[in-house]
Ligand binder design. Structure first.
Ligand code: 16C
Length: 272
C-alpha cells in the first residue's frame, strides 16, 4: 500500500516514512534530518560544528533573532535563525499550523497565492506560492516540498545532539522542513523564482513536570520554537532594501505566528 492512498486521518507520527517510494523521498529524509541538527545547534556552538558566527539583530522578551551576512553572486542570501519560547501550546500544534495549507492565509502575510501542486504523502506536500511584490524588485514565487514529522526520543538521544549530552531532553520535538524543488513545469507567471530552505523546529517541555500525562494542562506547556531560513532571492534585489525588509518582517512574523497559535488552541483539547 502506497502512502499516497493512505487514510488522511491517520495520525502523522505513526506513518512510517520509509514506506514512501516517491523519488524525492531520500532528499526529504536527508534535508529534514540535516535541518533538525542545524536548528538545534546553539547559536554559541562552534563554526566547525555548523554553529557560531551568529549576530543578534533583534530581541523582544523571549524572542531573539540572529543573522549571518552572506552574499552569493552579488545577491544578499543572509541565513537567519530565530528562537522564541511560548507558553500554552505543544510542538505538534505549532508545527501543524505551520505545515497545514488550510490555515496558511490565517498567519502568512507575504502571499498573493498558494497552491498544493503535489501530495507526496500525508505529511509531505509540494507548494507553489506567489509572494507579494516588494517595490522596486520583481515579484517572486517559490516551489518547495514541505514535510512535517515528530522526532522520537531515540532519534533525539542518538542522532541529534552529540555535543550537548548534559542537556535535559525535551518531552518531544516536531519539525517542519521546507525545501525548494526544481519544477520548471510550474508556471512562474512572470515572477523570479526564489530558492529557500526553511525549518521550524519545536521542542516542548512540561514545566513543572508531572507524573502522569493525564495531569498535563496548557499551563504546563513550554514550546521552544527555532525558525531557520536560507533564502536566495533568485535575481536582482537591492541589498539595502532586502536587509531592511527582513529585519523588520522576521520579528513581526515570529510574534504574529506564535500569538496566532496561542489564540487558536487556548480553549481546545491538548494535541500532544
Ligand atoms: O516561512 C515562512 N513561510 C512559509 C510558508 O509560506 C515558507 C515561505 C517562505 C518564503 C518567505 C519569503 C517571503 C519573501 C517575500 C518577498 C521577497 C521580495 C524580495 C525583494 C525585496 C527587495 O517557508 C514565514 C516567512 C516569513 C517571512 C518574513 C519576511 C521575510 C522578508 C525577506 C525575505 C527575503 C530574504 C532574502 C534573503 C536574505
Amino acid at each position: 500500500l502506497k502512502l499516497q492512498t493512505m487514510n488522511l486521518d491517520e495520525p502523522l507520527d505513526v506513518i512510517p516514512p520509509e514506506r514512501c517510494d516517491h523519488p524525492l523521498w531520500p532528499e526529504v529524509e536527508r534535508v529534514t534530518m540535516d535541518q533538525l541538527y542545524y536548528a538545534r545547534l546553539e547559536v554559541e556552538d562552534t563554526p566547525s560544528s555548523g554553529g557560531g558566527n551568529w549576530e543578534l539583530f533583534a530581541q523582544d522578551g523571549e524572542l531573539r533573532l540572529y543573522k549571518r551576512e552572506l552574499e552569493i553572486d552579488g545577491l544578499v542570501c543572509d541565513p537567519l535563525k530565530a528562537v522564541h519560547t511560548v507558553k500554552g501550546v505543544t510542538a505538534h500544534e505549532v508545527c501543524h499550523q505551520f505545515f497545514s495549507p488550510d490555515v496558511r492565509f490565517d498567519w502568512e502575510n507575504t502571499l498573493d497565492s498558494m497552491k498544493v501542486v503535489e501530495n507526496i504523502n500525508p505529511n509531505t506536500l509540494v507548494f507553489h506560492q506567489i509572494h507579494k511584490r516588494v517595490w522596486p524588485a520583481a515579484q517572486r514565487d517559490t516551489v518547495f516540498w514541505s514535510h512535517i514529522r515528530k522526532i522520537d526520543a531515540d532519534t533525539l538521544r542518538t542522532k541529534c545532539h552529540p555535543n550537548s549530552t548534559g542537556k535535559k531532553l525535551p518531552y518531544n520535538v516536531w519539525i517542519v522542513c521546507n525545501n525548494s524543488v526544481d519544477r520548471p513545469d510550474v508556471d512562474r507567471g512572470g515572477c523570479l523564482r526564489m530558492r529557500l530552505v526553511v525549518s521550524m523546529c519545536c521542542e516542548m517541555t512540561i514545566d513543572p513536570p508531572v507524573d502522569d500525562d493525564a495531569q498535563i494542562t496548557r499551563d504546563h506547556l513550554r514550546c521552544r520554537i527555532i525558525y531557520c531560513s536560507k533564502i536566495n532571492p533568485g535575481g536582482w534585489a537591492p541589498a539595502s532594501v532586502l536587509r531592511a525588509l527582513y529585519k523588520r518582517e522576521y520579528p513581526k512574523f515570529m510574534k504574529r505566528f506564535s500569538q496566532y497559535c496561542i489564540d487558536v488552541y487556548k480553549d481546545k483539547p491538548i494535541m500532544l
